[in-house]
Design a protein around this ligand. Structure first.
Ligand SMILES: Nc1ncnc2c1ncn2[C@@H]1O[C@H](COP(=O)(O)OP(=O)(O)OP(=O)(O)O)[C@@H](O)[C@H]1O
Length: 283
C-alpha cells in the first residue's frame, strides 16, 4: 500500500531534515507515527499524501510515485489534518455536500455520519460558529465521506472530550474492519497502543524503531513489582525488580507470614520504551 525507499527531504530552513528513510505499510494496517512535537510526523504525512513533492528517493502510495500521482489519486485517499480546512460560511451539512460533490464515486450519507459524531442538531449552523471539537468531528467525517482506501489522520482525537474521542476511535477501528489502510499521527501513547497494528517512533525526521506495541514494549525486560504488607496495623509498601523478587527478604518474609496485602507489576509503557530508544519524552 505504501512503500518508502531512501527518502530524503529538506526544508529551506532545515536542510537534510529527512535522510535515507525506508519503511512499508501493508494494506489493512493501522500504522502509527508516534513522536513529540516537531519530530516530523506531519511532514512525513504531507509527503505521503502528495502535498510536499520536492523529495528524493522513492515514495510509492497506492502503486503510484506520489510525486507523479495521477488525477484519481485523491479519489482514493482521505485526509484529516490537525487544522481542518473547512468553509466557515457554509453550514456543516453544506460543507459535507460540497466535498461530496468533488468525487466521482458515490459518497456516504452525510446526515447519517453527522448523527454518529453528534452534529445532527448543528448541521445547519455555520461552521465558523462551531467549537474546535465540532470542527474536528466534522473534518473526520469529511475525510471518510468518499469511502477512501487509504486514510491519513493527524491527531484525530486531540483535544476532544473523552466521549467523542471514544466515538472517533470506534469509527477508526470500524474503517480498519472495512479493510482501509490508515496512517495515524499521534503523540498519545494510549491512542497508539489502542489503535495501531504497528507504530513507528519518530524523532528528528527519522524512524528510530518500528513494531507492534507489544513487540516494542517487550524490549524493556526490567519489570518493577510493588507490594503492600501489613506491619503493626499499618499498611506499608515495598518494591523490587521482578527478577530479584525471589531474593527480596522483606517480600519473602511477608509472603510466608501471609501479611502481604497487594502485589502488582509496573510494566513498561510505550512512553518508557520511547524514552529508552530515542532519549526523548513524547510531550
Ligand atoms: N513549512 C515549513 N517550513 C519550514 N520548516 C517547517 C515547515 N513545516 C514544518 N517545519 C519544521 O519541520 C520540523 C517538523 O515539523 P512537523 O510539523 O513535521 O512535526 P510534527 O512531528 O508533526 O509536530 P507536531 O506534533 O507539533 O505537529 C519542525 O522543526 C518544523 O519547525
Amino acid at each position: 500500500m505504501i512503500d518508502v525507499k531512501e527518502l530524503a527531504f529538506s526544508y529551506k530552513q532545515q536542510q537534510s531534515f529527512i535522510t535515507d528513510l525506508s519503511f512499508a505499510v501493508s494494506p489493512g494496517e493501522i500504522f502509527g507515527f508516534l513522536g513529540p512535537s516537531g519530530a516530523g510526523k506531519s511532514t512525513l504525512q504531507k509527503i505521503l499524501c502528495g502535498i510536499l513533492r520536492n523529495y528524493n528517493g522513492s515514495v510509492t502510495v497506492l502503486g503510484q510515485e506520489v510525486k507523479h500521482r495521477s488525477k484519481d489519486f485523491y479519489q482514493q485517499i482521505g485526509v484529516d489534518f490537525e487544522f481542518p480546512n473547512l468553509y466557515g460560511k457554509f453550514s456543516g451539512l453544506d460543507n459535507l455536500k460540497y466535498f461530496a460533490s468533488l468525487y466521482d464515486q458515490e459518497t456516504l450519507d452525510p446526515l447519517l455520519y453527522l448523527e454518529r459524531v453528534g452534529l445532527s442538531e448543528h448541521k445547519d449552523k455555520k461552521v465558523a460558529e462551531y467549537s474546535k471539537g465540532m470542527k474536528m468531528r466534522l473534518a473526520f467525517v469529511r475525510s471518510i465521506l468518499h469511502d477512501p482506501k487509504l486514510l491519513f489522520l493527524d491527531e484525530p482525537t486531540s483535544g476532544l472530550d473523552p466521549s467523542y474521542a471514544r466515538t472517533l476511535k470506534e469509527m477508526i477501528l470500524e474503517q480498519k474492519k472495512l479493510g482501509k489502510t490508515i496512517i495515524l499521527t499521534t503523540h498519545n501513547m494510549h491512542d497508539a497502543e489502542e489503535l495501531c497494528d504497528r507504530v513507528a517512533f519518530i524523532v528528528d525526521g527519522g524512524i528510530k524503531a518500528v513494531g507492534t506495541p507489544l513487540e516494542l514494549k517487550s524490549v524493556k525486560t526490567e519489570v518493577e513489582v510493588r507490594y503492600g504488607y501489613r506491619l503493626q496495623n499499618q499498611i506499608k509498601q515495598g518494591k523490587a525488580m521482578l527478577t530479584e523478587l525471589n531474593r527480596d527478604e522483606r517480600f519473602l518474609k511477608h509472603l510466608e507470614e501471609g501479611s502481604l496485602t497487594s502485589i502488582h507489576t509496573k510494566e513498561a509503557t510505550l512512553e518508557d520504551v520511547f524514552m529508552d530508544v530515542t532519549g526523548r519524552r513524547l510531550i
